[in-house]
Design a protein around this ligand. Structure first.
Ligand code: SIN
Length: 531
């Protein structure tokens, strides 16, 4: 490791550059004009789960046909009895204001020829209410927010900076912390990947907006950066974490062996009328739910999984051949183009699809103000458990959750930021005694091993025996990785592996502890209690 060390102070330290992190940064910087705001992201500016969101943002926009009550009800039904109703109400009712704000920041959403917003539909929604930008909604939001951030003077945006660990009493007072005490966050240790230096970022407020962890599975729609860093880091700092057993599998990722991450075929395609067919061309969703293709994601993903197990085939199909092509191409240019590059012409060919890990419904607990259980550590977006999603997230509620909770955290800080003291005497990162890791191949093997364990034993359908096996195997990996981590010079792949193993462990442990099936969680040895 380079001997040079650097200590920095920033009033706000934001970890992650998706919708939650960027919108929070803009609000904090614009309100607290004298404050310094630093965003760190481990890759390029826009690389985040947000960028890959195709479908859009669910919002009650047309109150003549839709209502907050219906959006609330749809969210509660999808969440299968585990949503926090107060939180659902708060998010749904705040949605239109947050969407207007996004538009003021320059995000463009599609309109009809009459000039109204073009509202899409997705599984589990009783109304058309998804605002979208073609099938590239997340990329459009990232574009708009980054353009705003780039012209905001008091924001420093650091790419290729990887947050290793949160700083708490554990480092500052050099003592073990306990879940029973009030822990405070004083910033984070951050690996500057290009200079190979661990920097100390002391911060009054730390915002965890680091996204999800789809990379614990082989087949995922999440980009390679989604390695559960925030959940693992917060857990190590002893923040409360919950409901991580609720992994949402997207029913329709493009089946294209060898392509990682899997390309998403948006649920909005089914919303536009596409039909699921088994390997032999037969419809099957009527056997599973009266809403057929528009049942919520957990039900559709499990139905496809079941069909695949019966047929022994690797994929089912999405049939769009009956849809009006020009309309389809205008709404889904990215999907149309992707299919064409693989020789699939949606006018006459079915699209091969299979489920893929897509979203984690639980995470680091935050309250309605975006506060975690650790003082001065806030959270927003997929890294958190807010109570909005319960056991299964309703489609297109994720970007919404991110922007609403970023706003709530900001609002809370307008009341208390001035009272937060600048952290002092933060020790530098101690890397004495570490050596360069000459066996990178071990990290690659272990990363694949995590994915194998999770895909084989902690997938859409689990069992007590599978979970036990996963736990045992992850334990071995954990011990091996700990030895490597404690003695090696840090690198992003090593830190990511550590976080992947921790997150996989948490998902497995929480799955073992769950005693009834709900939403996206299904263990063949359990039953579902009726509500
Ligand atoms: C999709 O477009 O199907 C994904 C949207 C979401 O995850 O809510």
């Amino acid at each position: 490791m380079n001997a040079e060390k650097k200590s920095y102070n920033s009033d706000f330290l934001i970890i992650g550059s998706g919708i939650a992190g960027l919108s929070f940064a803009l609000k904090a910087a614009n309100h607290f004009k004298e404050a310094s705001v630093t965003i760190i992201t481990k890759s390029e500016k826009s690389e985040s789960n947000t960028k890959y969101a195709q479908g859009g943002i669910a919002t009650v926009w047309n109150e003549t046909v839709d209502s907050f009550e219906q959006h609330i009800e749809d969210t509660l039904v999808a969440g299968d009895g585990l949503c926090d109703e107060d939180v659902v109400k708060m998010v749904v009712e705040d949605a239109p204001a947050r969407l207007r704000e996004l538009m003021e920041w320059g995000a463009i959403f599609d309109k009809t020829s009459k000039g109204d917003f073009s509202l899409g539909r997705e599984g589990g929604h009783s109304q058309d209410r998804i605002l979208h930008h073609q099938d590239l909604t997340g990329a459009e939001i990232e574009r708009a927010l980054i353009a705003q951030v780039d012209k905001t003077e008091n924001i420093q945006f650091l790419t290729h900076h990887f947050a290793i660990d949160l700083i708490t009493e554990h480092q500052v007072k050099k003592r073990q912390t306990s879940v029973l005490e009030k822990i405070t966050c004083y910033g984070a240790y951050v690996l500057d990947e290009k200079r190979n230096v661990v920097k100390t970022f002391a911060a009054k407020v730390t915002m965890l907006a680091s996204g999800g962890n789809g990379q614990v599975y082989f087949t995922t729609t999440n980009p390679v950066v989604a390695t559960g860093d925030g959940i693992a880091m917060a857990y190590r700092a002893m923040a409360e974490v919950s409901e991580v057993e609720f992994i949402q599998f997207h029913p329709t990722a493009l089946y294209n062996p060898g392509e990682y991450p899997a390309f998403l075929i948006s649920e909005a395609v089914r919303g536009a009328g596409a039909i699921l067919r088994d390997y032999y061309g037969n419809r099957f969703m009527h056997k599973y739910d009266v809403r057929e293709e528009l049942a919520s994601r957990d039900i559709v993903a499990r139905a496809i999984d079941h069909e695949l197990k019966i047929s022994g085939m690797p994929n089912v199909y999405l049939d769009c051949t009956h849809l009006e092509y020009e309309t389809f191409k205008n709404h889904f240019p990215n999907i149309t183009e992707k299919c064409l590059t693989l020789g699939i012409d949606v006018r006459k060919d079915f699209i091969p699809v299979s489920p893929a890990a897509h979203y984690i419904c639980g995470g680091v607990n935050v309250n309605k103000k975006g506060k975690t259980s650790i003082k001065n550590l806030y959270g927003a977006g997929e890294v958190t458990r807010t109570g909005l999603h319960g056991a299964n997230r309703l489609a297109s509620n994720s970007l919404l959750e991110g922007i609403v909770f970023a706003h709530r955290a900001f609002e809370n800080l307008t009341q208390r930021f001035d009272k937060i003291k600048t952290p002092k005497n933060i020790p530098d990162w101690n890397d004495s005694g570490v050596v360069k890791n000459m066996e990178k191949i071990l990290i690659t093997h272990d990363r694949n091993e995590v994915k194998t364990i999770m895909s084989n034993y902690v997938g859409i359908v689990r069992s007590n025996e599978r979970l036990l096996r996963a736990e045992r195997k992850l334990h071995v990996l954990f011990e091996d990785n700990k030895r490597l981590y404690d003695h090696s010079e840090l690198s992003v792949d090593l830190c990511e592996l550590r976080n992947l193993i921790t997150t996989a462990f948490l998902i497995t442990r929480f799955s073992k502890a769950r005693k009834e099936n709900r939403g996206g969680f299904h263990n063949v040895d359990l039953i579902k209690k009726e509500l």
